[in-house]
Ligand binder design. Sequence first.
Ligand code: ZN
Length: 192
Amino acid sequence: MTAKASATALLAVDVQHDFLAGGALAVPDADAVLAPLAQLALRHPLVIATRDFHPRDHISFVERGGPWPAHCVAGTEGARIHSDVDRLARTVISKGMDRDTEAYSGFDGTPLERLLRSLGVVNLVIAGLATDYCVRATALAAVTAGFATTVVLDAVRAVDIRPDDGAKALAEMAAAGVTLAPSVELAATAAS
Ligand SMILES: [Zn+2]
């Protein structure tokens, strides 16, 4: 493999058991992201995964007045990244580890930006969960940090507490400069 001056990283956001089918905070149809993610990884072999990795008494949990049931508690099965993604990931970035701080973005309080810079990454392809929370926050932060950022439409799924939350988040990302593309379109681009 030759080194590229403008490397692309595939960022797999929070593909963890608590967000997948049967999880504590299952995102509707979440498992549908796995197949396109695997296909994307064939074309973008530099895969970095993020994970929610909370203490048992995290501020985002209902017991502490937060919006979410307890999820992705560090060391539990629910916090594990799906094996299909975990085995592809070069590095796993943990977030939300401080009990009193929420972190939807993979860049928030993590070494992600430093890692990407050190790898020469300028293009980020983002997939995972959930469109209206951690994908949204991560994509917006990526654009702000100056990365050319693409969110893969068929490789993300939304919580949709309100039915259009996911659609609104996508529109917001597009307005901020994020490219929205289906995985087949990325395939055509990669092949040309
Ligand atoms: Zn969380």
